[in-house]
Ligand binder design. Structure first.
Ligand SMILES: [Zn+2]
Length: 436
C-alpha cells in the first residue's frame, strides 16, 4: 500500500470493487480531510449496480471508468483505484490535473481495441429515442433504472419502463440495470452527466459493445441552451471523457449532437419508433404531469410542430406551475429559451398583452429559428465512425442539413442578459401579474 504514492495533503479517497455475475458493488473510504464543507458527498459510502438479465463481465479499466464517473466530483487530492488497471488507462487518467487518479496495483493488459456493436444509453425521453431512430437497427439499449428511495419523491420510472417494453416488442434488445449512485450526492443527483452511461459501460464486454452513444443534443453540445455558441470538441468535458472512454476501449458517440430539441422532436414525430418516448419523468406512461418545466416546453413545441389550433392560454399555464413560473421569471436566459422562441413564433395562442410581452422577451421575430429544424453537419465527427455514414444518411433524410446561412445563425447564437432584457421581463411580469 502507498508505494510511490504522494499525497498533496488535500485528502485521499479510495475506491474498492466487488463484482458478481448480476451485481457489482463499489465502496469508498474517505479521509476526514477529504470532507470539507464544500463537498457534495453525502453520508453514503457505497453504491452498486444490479443487472435485470444480462451478466456483467467488465474489464477492470471499465470498472475504474465507472468509479471515476461517480466519484471524481467528490475527490479533492487523490482518488485511489484499489485494483489493477492498464498502463493505457492510467496514462489517460494522468490528464486529470485537479485530482490525482491512480492505482498502486500491478498493471494489467488493456481492453482490446474498440470493436463490437453499438449501444445507446437510453433514458426513455425524446432525445435518446431520436438517437436510436437514426442509429443502426441492431443498436442495443441500456436503461438505468434509478433505485427508489423515500428521499426522492418526484421521479417515477413508470413511463420509461413502458418505453423499454415497447422497444422490446419492436425487436430491440433492451438491457436494464438498477443503480443507486445518485444517492452519493447531497442533494441527490447524478455526480456527472455521463454517469447515466455507467450501466452501459459495465455491460460493454459481456454485450460486445464497441461504443456507447448518448442522446446529448445540440443545445448541450454547442451551448445554444445558454448564453453563447461554443464548440463542444474544444471543451474540457469532451477532451477528458472521450479520452477516458477510448482508453477503456469504448467509443464515445454523440449521434444527435447536431440536432436541436426541435429536431429531436421532429425525428420522434416522423420516425416509426418515435412514439415509444415520454419526456416527463414524473407522470405515469401516457399521463405526463403537465406541471414540470419539461412538460411546459414540450407541449408548446409539439403544438407548434403539429400546427395545433387549440388556442391554449400559455400565460395561465405559466402562472399555474410554480416551477415553470420560476424558470421564466428567474432564469437569465431561460434554459432552452430558443426552443420556446421557435414554438411561440409558430403556435396558435390566446391573444393577450401579456402573451405579446412574453414573445417579445424571448425574441420572437427578432432571431432566426428555422435552423433548429435541421441537422448541423459540423457535428459528424462526434458520431462513432463504425456507423457514422448510416446515421448521417438518416439525419439528412429525416431533417436535412443546415444551409450555410443556417449554420451561421447557429454559430452566431448569443443570449446574454442585459438591462434591455430586464426591462422587457419587468413589463411582462407586471402585465401577467407575476410580481411577488
Ligand atoms: Zn412533467
Amino acid at each position: 500500500m502507498g508505494r510511490g504514492c504522494t499525497s498533496n495533503g488535500a485528502g485521499n479517497m479510495r475506491v474498492y470493487c466487488e463484482t458478481g455475475e448480476l451485481e457489482i458493488k463499489f465502496s469508498i473510504d474517505v479521509e476526514d480531510s477529504e470532507l470539507g464543507i464544500d463537498t457534495r458527498l453525502g453520508n453514503k459510502r457505497s453504491f452498486g449496480y444490479i443487472s435485470k438479465g444480462t451478466e456483467f463481465s467488465p474489464h477492470p479499466d471499465k470498472l475504474a471508468l465507472v468509479a471515476i464517473l461517480n466519484l471524481l466530483p467528490f475527490a479533492k487530492g487523490e482518488l485511489q483505484i484499489m485494483w489493477g488497471i492498464s498502463k493505457r488507462f492510467q496514462k489517460a487518467c494522468n490528464s486529470v490535473t485537479r485530482v490525482k487518479i491512480h492505482s498502486n496495483y500491478e498493471n494489467i493488459s488493456h481492453s482490446s481495441t474498440i470493436k463490437g456493436g453499438a449501444a445507446l444509453s437510453f433514458s426513455g425521453g425524446a432525445d435518446s429515442t431520436a438517437a436510436l431512430a437514426v442509429m443502426p437497427k441492431t443498436t442495443e439499449c441500456v436503461f438505468l433504472l434509478r433505485s427508489e428511495n423515500p428521499g426522492r419523491t418526484l421521479y417515477d420510472s413508470d413511463a420509461a419502463m413502458e418505453s423499454c417494453r415497447r422497444l422490446n416488442s419492436l425487436g430491440y434488445q433492451v438491457h436494464i440495470v438498477e443503480s443507486d449512485f445518485e444517492y452519493l450526492r447531497n442533494p441527490i443527483g447524478f455526480p456527472t452527466d455521463l454517469a447515466v452511461g455507467t450501466p452501459a459501460i459495465l455491460l460493454c464486454d459481456s454485450g460486445n459493445f464497441g461504443s456507447i452513444a448518448f442522446g446529448t443534443i445540440l443545445e448541450s453540445a454547442f451551448g445554444t441552451s445558454g448564453k453563447a455558441y461554443r464548440d463542444y470538441r474544444s471543451s474540457g468535458h469532451f477532451r477528458l471523457w472521450s479520452a477516458l472512454f477510448e482508453a477503456a476501449g469504448i467509443g464515445y458517440s454523440l449521434p444527435v449532437a447536431g440536432v436541436s430539441e426541435v429536431g429531436s422532436s421532429l425525428i420522434c414525430e416522423r420516425h416509426a419508433i418515435g412514439n415509444v418516448h415520454q419526456s416527463c419523468i414524473r407522470g405515469k406512461w401516457g399521463r405526463p404531469c403537465e406541471k414540470c418545466w419539461k412538460c411546459f416546453r414540450k407541449s408548446a413545441l409539439l403544438a407548434a410542430i403539429r400546427g395545433s389550433t387549440d388556442g391554449v392560454d400559455y400565460i395561465r399555464k405559466i402562472g399555474a406551475s410554480k416551477e415553470v413560473r420560476r424558470k421564466v421569471v428567474e432564469d437569465r436566459p431561460i434554459k432552452h429559451e430558443g426552443v420556446l422562441t421557435y414554438a411561440f413564433e409558430r403556435i396558435k395562442y390566446l391573444e393577450s398583452e401579456a402573451f405579446e410581452l412574453f414573445r417579445d422577451l424571448i425574441r420572437v421575430g427578432e432571431i432566426q429559428t428555422k435552423w433548429m429544424e435541421r441537422w448541423y453537419s459540423g457535428s459528424s465527427d462526434l458520431i462513432c465512425n463504425s456507423y457514422r455514414d448510416e446515421v448521417v444518411e438518416n439525419l439528412e433524410r429525416i431533417l436535412g442539413r443546415m444551409s450555410d446561412d443556417q449554420e451561421s445563425h447557429l454559430k452566431g447564437w448569443e443570449n446574454e442578459s442585459d438591462s434591455e432584457r430586464d426591462e422587457k421581463l419587468a413589463r411582462f411580469c407586471k402585465s401577467a401579474g407575476f410580481l411577488d
